[in-house]
Ligand binder design. Structure first.
Ligand code: FES
Ligand code: FES
Length: 185
């Protein structure tokens, strides 16, 4: 009958739309990665689109690494990847496969704060503390390369890290203090 023909003609596009809707909510492709974080090996399946910062925070529970902008601007998410400071909101977790990562949780050893952490504490290098993990990791990588920096060099080194409390004076002072402590060891 013509009416049935008409119904059949509209049924096919509806099925196609339904299939597309199902595909849209299906989980994205996952990939197994292996990383060493703060000396501990981890293995996990991650979505290809997962940013490294969310892998660290949500999958590994290492919430010391902060998310301030998600757009590579603030530096709150800075970690060390194979010894180099990187903004972990800028990398996918799959790009860290087989890498060694150091987060702020890995700075203290045997219950003792790292000299940088001590100096930030003693010199009031923080106010709300939101930028502090990123500042510490940037400073850590910087002092590994330049153990005797000038104030100007420190200011350039942390220029990719934003402090919304604008506590830069004491942050710079704390990094100078830590450099002295580390050199004296
Ligand atoms: S959260 Fe990564 S740079 Fe701001
Ligand atoms: S101490 Fe508050 S953002 Fe830096």
């Amino acid at each position: 009958m013509p009416a049935r023909k008409g119904k059949r003609a509209t049924a096919a596009p509806r099925r196609t739309a339904a299939r597309k809707a199902v595909e849209a909510v299906q989980p994205a492709a996952r990939q197994r990665i292996r990383v060493t974080v703060n000396g501990h090996p981890y293995e996990a399946d991650v979505e290809a689109r997962t940013l490294l910062v969310y892998f660290l925070r949500d999958t590994l529970g290492l919430t010391g690494t902060h998310v301030g902008c998600d757009t590579t601007s603030c530096g709150a998410c800075t970690v060390l990847l194979n010894g180099e400071a990187v903004k972990s909101c800028t990398l996918f977790a799959v790009q860290a496969d087989e890498a060694e990562i150091l987060t702020v949780e890995g700075l203290a050893k045997d219950g003792e704060l790292h000299p940088l952490q001590k100096a930030f504490w003693e010199d009031h290098g923080l106010q709300c503390g939101f930028c502090t993990p990123g500042m510490l990791m940037t400073a850590y990588a910087f002092l590994m390369e330049n153990p005797h920096p000038s104030e100007e060099e420190i200011r350039v080194a942390i220029s990719g890290n934003l402090c919304r409390c604008t506590g830069y004076m004491n942050i710079v002072k704390a990094i100078q203090h830590a450099a002295q402590e580390m050199a004296a060891r």
